[in-house]
Design a protein around this ligand. Sequence first.
Ligand code: SF4
Length: 363
Amino acid sequence: MLKKQFLLVEPVSKTPYPPLGLMKISSMLKKKYKNCQVFEQAGDEVPFGLSEPDEIFITSLFTWDIDKVIKSALSFRSRFPSSKIHIGGIAASLLPDYVESNTGIKPHVGLLDEAENMSPDYSLTFGRKLKTSITFISRGCKRKCKFCQVTKLEPTYFLRKNWVNDINENYPLITFWDNNWFASPNFKNECNELVKLNKKIDFNQGLDARLFTKEKAEILSQIDIDPIRFAFDDISYEKKIINAITLAQTFFSKSKEIRVYVLYNFNDTPEDFFYRIKLLNNLEVLSFPMEYRDPEAIKQKLPGKHWNKALLRGLKMSLLFYYRKGMITKSKESFNKIYGKSFNEFKNKLYKIYEYDRCLKKK
Ligand code: SF4
């Protein structure tokens, strides 16, 4: 009897992490169909050894890349007309009608329950050199921030009981992708588990500064968590972020890096953005500006109601020219040199960078 064949496709690979959903689907398929063959593919090539897949699973991530996902689905359909094709992942979940009208395939929206409790199949890396386990302790979020898509993707907040099974002993690091771990009612027990695992930990999506308390800081300081990531998405929680940073600086070793995601181009003004990054610079932590983009199937970036194209481009270029990995470092001297001491200076500097970049492009 012919072995069942499955093909897992990541049409666009732009992040350092492999597609976790497909890794879980692989485990699900291997459990369900003993001796099946699971093929992985980053891009649109047909992997060596694949003859006729029974089913093809295509993932998606950024909405602005959705047309590539559609192209991939159409291309695999023409090569394997009798294979059943599934499309899922973040972008397809946010734009299901767009995907369906362009492919005739109704995408799966949100988490795939059957795969959710599976451990990732780490034998698949989709071309990455992976040194970390990837998991979630919790899914969803109890908050409903207007700019955030989590409520659409994972509408219910719940704890995953068997997340420890996702840990690969061979990797020194565990990366958590929780949206809001601090909201977990089981926080203490989970920390005890993390202490036992004795690995380096990264809560990659950021920790909720509004829920960070002295008690949590004390418990968390027993874990090798580095960097410590918070988010400062809205000026309204200035006091909370100052408190969270002060606690982290008090309870954690000085060698640990504190990074703060700073959302911009949503309802904020450039002035408020400057205020937030300056405040973080004064607190001697790193800022990681994150540009808001509407979840649309377009490549073009649209300025938020208080921003314009020149300021957005100038900011992006300043991060590329002067800083590594898009992060504003702690040095006050370079901050003042690059962005200035006041909002007016900041704005003028961004316009200058924008003009300079435009001239370069014309040459
Ligand atoms: S707290 Fe974070 S994950 Fe939760 S809704 Fe707000 S931005 Fe999204």
